[in-house]
Design a protein around this ligand. Structure first.
Ligand code: HEM
Length: 152
């Protein structure tokens, strides 16, 4: 199925998830890596899709991905892209915690994989409108964008 979703939508979704995060993004190794570089300057679409998550490969961190850089986009298998996977659970063989670290997570599931709860977010869309979306809906849309080749 084709998509009308763009990188700007994905940025809006990640911003929305952040509004409910219990942790402080400014002390994370990556900051708002979907919007800006560590020096605070804006990141372009091309820089994002060709780049890696800042700090995720720090060999001195107990939560690093075994010293291995984590690409922003898994181009060989977009639907397994790390920032999408890490919103669902731990990645890097369990060495990186689910994000946003400490919660609020986009959904909770029971042992059978059924969603038991999902928060509702106010999402500020690229066109300036604000819509309410659940964590499940946000994840469905990120998955759709990735499966369609993560268009600009
Ligand atoms: C592949 C994508 C990501 C990687 C590799 C990653 C990696 C990390 C790492 C290594 C930490 C530090 C963990 C620690 O101190 O124990 C961290 C912290 C954090 N990350 Fe991520 N992260 C990713 C995506 C995200 C996303 C998408 C969000 C929010 C939408 C997010 C929000 C946070 C927050 C809030 C913290 C906690 C800062 C604190 O200690 O208060 N991360 N992340």
């Amino acid at each position: 199925m084709p998509t009308t979703l763009t990188f700007a939508h994905i940025q809006s979704y990640l911003d929305a998830i952040l509004t409910k995060a219990s942790g402080d993004i400014t002390v994370s190794p990556h900051g708002r890596f979907w919007r800006e570089k560590l020096d605070g300057s804006p990141i372009t679409y091309q820089e994002f899709v060709d780049g890696v998550v800042p700090g995720a490969d720090d060999p001195n961190s107990s939560t690093a991905c075994a010293g291995t850089p984590v690409p922003n986009i898994n181009k060989a298998s977009p639907s397994e892209t790390a920032f999408y996977e890490i919103l669902k659970g731990r990645i890097c063989d369990g060495s990186l915690p689910r994000m946003p670290k400490g919660g609020t997570f986009v959904f909770a599931k029971d042992a059978n994989g059924n969603v038991t709860s999902t928060p509702t977010y106010d999402v500020s869309l690229p066109d300036g409108s604000v819509v309410q979306m659940t964590g499940v809906q946000i994840m469905d849309n990120i998955g759709e964008w990735l499966a369609n080749g993560f268009p600009e």
